[in-house]
Design a protein around this ligand. Structure first.
Ligand code: SF4
Ligand code: FES
Length: 348
């Protein structure tokens, strides 16, 4: 039997005031009318806690778009869970932070004009204010930045901005190509030179700054894939705004994966017994080269969603891997146009 999940990513809504071209939400967003009700979310939280979940990540879209956010946070907190709010910060007030233990605030760039361009909305100043609200409330703050070609040259400025915001932690995550980000890949893929310079800046900042800095690598430029989700159905589950239960936030891209819903089956049954959660658990599903590879204990064969998106078969080795027969697909994407021929991303 699978170990209990550690975390629940509760995507309360896909609604969001921002329109970032790297959004990992699916291309087809869940409409407001199809979202779980307050009572349904409370029930999901009860079930998740009973299943063993300790950390609730209230996310979206923008979770502040839900009027019942505080009620849901209070419910999660009352169950003894650690409540993490993942937000753009637009519309954040101290009242809405009641029952929240930690805030992850997204920042698009350190340059206000480019940040607003990437977000598709004038939000930079509101984010600076939101950081102050979080710190004034005495809560720990993580600043999250998705890195890509359009902001990767300003990592030093991003570190400075996070320090000025009073963040405790800075997560610099190179774009992962799912959903809208895959659609906008040509506009977002960085150059090797950009990545090399960013690596140096991050190394220097880590040695100097009081911030805890987490740097998520650009996997396309690596020889081995990331240990996506630390293995399928191993540590975390995602509940989408309409109640779909997913082994990872992007799993709805895998055609033929029978996604189950909390409206028709219990979370416990879905976690332990569903076809979707058992599809790639452990190592038995693996073919070669992963099956006999010593790194399978380290990276679990990489990412199932990436394997599906690039090769059409989620059971294939992640094509980022240099041992994958499909690595050429990643190399082809990296042979990008230079300079002004790089397209602008399409807003979500
Ligand atoms: Fe990882 Fe599979 Fe590549 Fe080995 S062959 S490094 S297990 S992805
Ligand atoms: Fe789905 Fe990696 S994003 S398994």
């Amino acid at each position: 039997m699978a170990e209990p999940p550690f975390g629940l990513l509760a995507e309360l809504t896909h609604r969001c005031p921002l329109r970032c071209g790297y959004c990992s939400n699916p291309l087809e967003l869940v409409r407001r009318e199809a979202e779980l009700s307050t009572a349904e979310w409370r029930d999901v939280f009860d079930q998740a806690r009973a299943l063993g979940v300790l950390q609730f990540h209230l996310s979206g879209g923008e979770p502040l778009a839900r009027k019942d956010l505080s009620e849901l946070a209070a419910h999660a907190s009352g169950l003894g869970a650690y409540v993490n709010l993942v937000t753009s910060g637009l519309g954040l007030t101290e009242e809405r932070l009641a029952w929240v233990d930690h805030v992850q605030l997204s920042v698009q760039d350190a340059d206000p004009a480019n940040a607003d361009r990437i977000a598709g909305v004038r939000g930079f100043a509101a984010k600076v204010r939101a950081a102050k609200v979080v710190k004034d409330a005495g809560l720990p703050l993580t600043v999250n930045v998705v890195l890509h070609r359009q902001n990767l040259d300003r990592v030093a400025e991003l570190v400075r901005l996070a320090e000025e915001m009073g963040a405790d932690r800075l997560e610099l995550a190179n774009t992962q190509y799912y959903g809208w980000a895959l659609r906008n890949q040509a506009a977002l893929l960085p150059t090797r030179d950009q990545l090399r310079r960013a690596d140096e800046v991050v190394r220097e900042a880590k040695s100097r700054s009081d911030l805890e800095i987490v740097y998520v690598i650009a996997d396309y430029h690596e020889a081995h894939p990331k240990p996506c989700m630390h293995g399928w159905g191993a540590r975390q589950l995602t509940v989408a705004p309409d109640g779909g239960v997913l082994p990872c936030p992007a799993a709805s891209v895998i055609e033929g994966l029978a996604v189950e819903n909390v409206r028709s089956r219990s979370l416990r049954e879905i976690w332990h017994d569903s076809v979707s959660f058992n599809a790639f658990r452990g190592f038995d599903w693996m073919g070669e080269p992963c099956r006999s590879c010593p790194r399978r204990e380290v990276d679990f064969g990489g990412c199932r969603c990436q394997a599906f998106q690039l090769t059409g078969n989620a059971a294939n080795t992640d094509p980022v891997c240099s041992l994958s027969p499909h690595r050429g697909l990643v190399d082809l994407a990296l042979r990008q146009p230079a300079g002004s021929s790089v397209p602008r991303e399409v807003a979500r």
